[in-house]
Each structure stands twice: as C-alpha cells, then as structure tokens.
Design a protein around this ligand. Structure first.
Ligand code: 13P
Length: 260
C-alpha cells in the first residue's frame, strides 16, 4: 500500500515572514483537522532562502521539508549552486529534481537531471523526479515517448534500493500554472505508463512501491479527480499550496483516499 504524498512547491514566492506563517498555518491546520500522518504524508518545498526558517516552523510536526533543486557536486567553486550535503544539513527530507521550469526555463537536460538525482540519493534526500511533455509534443503524439525517455534517463542503472527512494511526479508542462489540468483518466494513464517503465527497469516490487504524483493546476476543487485514480499517489501542487487552508484541505482529501 502506497501512502499518498501531498507536496507543495512554493517556487520563487514568499518572504521569510510569509514562508514562516504559511508553514505554521499548514502545521496548525493539519493538527486541527486531525490528519493522520499514516494516512497521508505532507511536504513543503520552500525556496532555498526560507528553508532554515521553515524547518524551525515544522519542527516537531509530521510535515516534511523539501528543496526545489540541488547541484550535482557536493562542494566546490560553483557560484550560486546549493549541494545535497547542504540541503541534508538543513534537515531536508526531499528535493525536487528536474522540474519543468528548470528543464525549460533554465535549460536543464535529461543528463543534468540524472546527475542531480544521483547527488540527492548520495545524501539520502528523497528525489521528487518531475517528468512531463510540452504541448507541442502532446499534439504530435509524442507525450508517451518523451516521458518514457525522461524516466529512463533519470533512473536506468540505479540500484533497486536507490529506485525505491524516488518519487515521480507527472507534470505535463501545458498544465503548470495555466489553470488547465490533465483529466483524471489521462493522469492515471500517464502514471501507469511511468509505473510500467519502472517495472521494466526494476521489477514489479519496486514498481508497485514507487509513488507517482500528478502535478499541474491542482487545487482543492479538482484534487479529488486525481486522488481517486489507482495509479496516482498524491499531488505536487504549485500555486494552490501557497494558501494554508486550501493546501490542508487537499491533504485531508488525500488522507481519505487510503484504503480506497
Ligand atoms: P501549479 O500547481 O501552479 O500549476 O504548479 C504545478 C507545479 O509545477 C508543481 O511543481
């Protein structure tokens, strides 16, 4: 049984005070709603600048801390980069790797994503590997091939134990921040395709254990459509994670999914 994960990606938003208030609001809201950590895992991924402050706000709560990116080297003359060692030191449990904004705005390649994923694993950070096609690729009927290639390049050759640490988020680029989301059925089909690929690489046991999330314009009003899908194990939420009440409401819905 895969425990659902509700993860918030705060992207390049929030001052320190705002980040602290949001984190505290999430912790408080989950406690008030009596959300059981066994029923859903909740994680927030603030910008690097707020990691330490948020880590303090989360202390003693079941909410996990994640970062949005890391560099593939552990230390050295890499101006502006942040290493997995530094993130582990801050108490991060997760790190997003290969988000589409990094792939398509910053220019990260599949190979760079692979190196980052290895760095995350080296520091015992759970990578949240993001994959997803662009609208042109979908229109050309290439969505499946693009996503399969992203998954294969990121994961092939990892050990079974390493693969078990990975969470995969299917985030179609055309659905991110657009208000337009994949249908529940299509999200389920793509998650199934990703799971088949994991099965091909690591066998059934790993494939059945790895969590696959959906991301792209998820909000309280539509998250249920994804949570009912058997292949979808939670969500990676951008804009709608910046508001504590709505984010908690989505975690509550995810908690209700378990066993369903
Ligand atoms: P939105 O939820 O704002 O569409 O962003 C999704 C995303 O990119 C999460 O990583």
């Amino acid at each position: 049984m895969r425990r659902p994960l509700m993860a918030g990606n705060w992207k390049m938003h929030l001052t320190l005070a705002e980040a602290e208030a949001l984190a505290s609001g999430v912790v408080r809201g989950l406690a008030q709603a009596q959300v059981s950590p066994e029923a859903v895992e909740v994680a927030v991924c603030p910008p690097f600048t707020a990691l330490e402050r948020v880590s303090r706000a989360l202390a003693g709560s079941p909410v996990a801390l994640g970062a949005q990116d890391l560099f593939w080297e552990d230390q050295g003359a890499y101006t502006g980069e942040i290493s997995g060692a530094q993130l582990a030191d801050l108490g991060c449990r997760y790190v997003i790797v290969g988000h589409s904004e990094r792939r398509h705005v910053i220019g990260e390649t599949n190979q760079a994503v692979r190196r980052k994923l290895e760095a995350a694993l080296r520091h015992r950070l759970g990578p949240i590997l993001c994959v997803g096609e662009r609208i042109e690729e979908r229109r050309l009927g290439r969505a499946d091939a693009v996503v399969q290639d992203q998954v294969r390049t990121a994961l092939a050759g990892l050990s079974r134990d390493q693969a078990l640490q990975v969470t995969i988020a299917y985030e179609p680029v055309w659905a991110i921040g657009t208000g337009e989301h994949a249908s529940g059925e299509e999200a389920n089909r793509m998650a199934g395709l990703i799971r088949d690929q994991v099965r091909e690489l690591f066998g059934t046991e790993v494939a059945e254990a790895v969590r696959i999330l959906y991301g792209g314009s998820v909000k309280p009003a539509n998250v249920g459509e994804f949570l009912v899908q058997p292949q979808v194990d939670g969500a990676l939420v951008g804009g709608a994670s910046l508001e504590a009440e709505g984010f908690v409401a989505m975690a509550v819905q995810a908690a209700g999914r378990q066993g369903g």
